[in-house]
Design a protein around this ligand. Structure first.
Ligand code: GCU
Length: 604
């Protein structure tokens, strides 16, 4: 049976090629929103995929199995599923938080909904998913649209030839089963929320549309805007006008024979984007058949010795880590107000920076950060012990990076691409991670590359970091939990010093301790707010000893769900290292960090 399953899997994976390149800024195009209530069928035994002689595809790409969305044709006919009469789930939204029977569910769930469209001649129709965790097999009117793996990045399919006039049906098989060879692998400290977790739209585009663009300041150059525009039609000599009216900047660029036009625009006068003044400009890209406007901020980010420079000036990154979860209505954020809540809490902490852990968050997160003035670290879930020697795993990780960078490359707020978290060093891992570092450096030279490294020990009271991967990164970042995961208690960590083996800026990418919100006791009592408060009061002076410390993102802004946190008294499947509890209560440590940042913000 496993062989059959693998054959089916490879067959449908071939459809990955059906995946079209991501359309930049698709949400401002002419779209039909397909969010709302979708029927669902829980299919733990993959009946809809391998029953019925398996979900094979005939030459028209017509799929059998549940993709068919079959209805009983005549009385007495045996059809053992019926989407129409099946219950519904809200999209976008993980399934785990929508019904108690699905809280721990891992496996396949089928989604189906109808939608009405009158396809127009000379138009292209792109079906786009903001994110589906983890594997998605998509069909429209029973015909194959394509597949995608990776739970946190967008993907889209050209369904122009699959649509019919009037009522259409989309069926998706979603499977969030954890696998060793996947990215993330089968062990991680967050809830494995499954489902269609972000917006779904059907975009109607001109036959030849503005498929992609990048408009940013050149690396370390405040005086030149560079980038490109890619048309969907690869014809040469297409003329495209770039206009940034408020800055008095415009230029006309011509496509080469791949339909790509390069931008090189000297800058006269610009208000550079920065957290204190997050200036965004309307950038209008106009081609003969299509026009797109985007809100773009212009800033440079670079390292110089052990310093980080924003627009050429030294900056200290006052940050915090954030998971993509609304603690108040536990589950993946369903709308922008939940995203704004998280980022506003970070602002209340007096942050100018946030680490979006450990996977790409909703694309609106960076757009909100652009507008409220918060710098971002974005990451792909290369987390703990990945299947280092598996080429599919490597391609999967690099593909997720490619999708993330494609999606957010025009966001001024995004300054660091992180290629992973706490990956224990060995030669296979080193090769894997160095490959990713090289890929990101080659793909986007205007941003910094990092990863959350592990410390290599604390002999002689010296916390040492000398992971060879650090040599490939622009910023040396590492996680440390001295005073929580160590025998030393918070009040005993002052004895430590640091030995960090790189001439680079340092970011503490995680440091934190647990506290059950509202539990007050002596500061020696674990999980009391006083213990967490004492932890921060001792950690902040400790890490301030680090030569080249240019930022920190304590773990973590708010308590989050984890299937690995099983203490019945203090955890109940929650990681309690939040500075804010799952009910939105600020813990004592919140104010210790806020005060530290307010002081930091006053320093040059
Ligand atoms: C790790 C890890 C986090 C985890 C945290 C913790 O360092 O990176 O994902 O939640 O520590 O133990 O709380």
């Amino acid at each position: 049976m496993k062989i059959v399953y693998l054959l089916l899997f490879t067959l449908l994976l071939q459809t990955v090629s059906a995946q079209t390149k991501l359309t930049q800024n698709i949400n401002v195009r002419h779209t039909i929103n397909l969010d709302g209530r979708w029927h669902y069928i829980i299919d733990r035994f993959e009946t809809g995929f391998r029953g019925f002689q398996g979900a094979t595809a005939d030459e028209h790409g017509s799929l059998s199995g549940f993709f068919e969305n079959r209805q009983q044709q005549q009385p007495g006919e045996l059809v053992e599923y019926d989407f129409e009469r099946s219950p519904t789930l809200v999209v976008p939204g993980d399934w785990n938080s929508q019904s108690d029977e699905l809280l721990f569910y891992e496996g396949t769930i089928w989604y189906q909904r109808n939608f009405y469209v009158q396809p127009q001649q000379g138009k292209k129709y792109i079906l786009r998913f903001g994110a589906v965790n983890y594997e998605a097999y998509v069909s429209v009117n029973g015909r194959r649209a394509g597949t995608h793996i990776g739970g946190f990045t967008p993907f889209e399919f050209d369904v122009t030839n699959l649509l019919k006039s009037g009522n259409n049906s989309v069926v998706i098989k979603v499977d969030n089963t954890r696998r060793k060879e996947a990215v993330p692998t089968d062990n991680f400290d967050w809830w494995n929320y499954g489902g269609i977790t972000r917006d779904v739209v059907l975009a109607e585009l001109p036959n030849n549309y503005i498929q992609d663009y990048k408009i940013q300041l050149a690396k370390g150059d405040l005086k030149t805007i560079t980038g490109y525009v890619q048309m969907s039609d690869s014809a040469a000599s297409q003329s495209i006008r770039i206009n940034i009216p408020e800055a008095g900047l415009q230029t006309t660029v011509i496509t080469d024979n791949s339909g790509k036009a390069w931008i090189h625009l000297p800058v006269k006068k610009l208000t550079y984007w920065q957290p204190e003044n997050p200036k965004l400009y309307d950038a209008i890209i106009a081609a003969a058949t299509d026009t797109v406007t985007d809100k773009i901020g212009f800033r440079t980010i670079e390292v110089s010795g052990k310093d980080i420079l924003l627009n050429g000036k030294s900056i200290f990154l006052r940050g915090v880590c954030i998971h993509a979860e609304d603690p108040l209505i536990p589950g993946r954020p369903r709308n922008t107000s939940e995203l704004q809540m998280l980022l506003h809490w970070a602002k209340e902490l007096d942050c100018n920076f946030a680490r979006l852990a450990h996977y790409p968050h909703d694309e609106n997160m960076s757009r909100i950060a652009d507008s409220i003035g918060l710098l971002l670290w974005e990451e792909v879930p290369v987390y703990w012990t990945i299947d280092w020697t598996n080429p599919d795993t490597y391609n999967n990780a690099q593909h997720q990076l490619a999708e993330l960078i494609t999606r957010d490359k025009n966001r001024a707020s995004v300054i660091i691409w992180s290629i992973g978290n706490e990956t224990p060093n060995n030669s296979d891992r080193e090769k894997f991670m160095e490959g990713l570092a090289d890929y990101v450096h080659a793909t986007d030279s205007t941003r910094l590359v990092s990863a959350a490294l592990l410390t290599s020990g604390s002999g002689n009271n010296t916390i040492t970091v000398n992971d060879p991967l650090g040599n490939k990164l622009d910023v040396a970042s590492f996680n440390e939990y001295y005073g929580w995961y160590t025998k030393e208690k918070p009040w005993e960590i002052g004895k430590f010093n640091f030995n960090i083996g790189y001439n680079k800026p340092v970011i503490i990418s995680e440091v934190g301790a647990g506290a059950f919100g509202g539990l007050h006791a002596d500061s020696t009592v674990r999980f009391s707010e006083e213990y967490q408060e004492s932890f921060y009061k001792n950690q902040l002076p400790l890490i301030s000893k680090i030569d080249g410390l240019r930022g920190m993102t304590p773990w973590i802004l708010v308590d989050f769900r984890s299937p690995k946190r099983l203490n019945p008294t203090y955890q109940q499947y929650w990681n309690r290292k939040g500075l804010i509890s799952e009910t939105g209560q600020k813990k004592k440590a919140f104010y210790v960090l806020k005060h530290f940042y307010e002081e930091k913000a006053k320093q040059p």
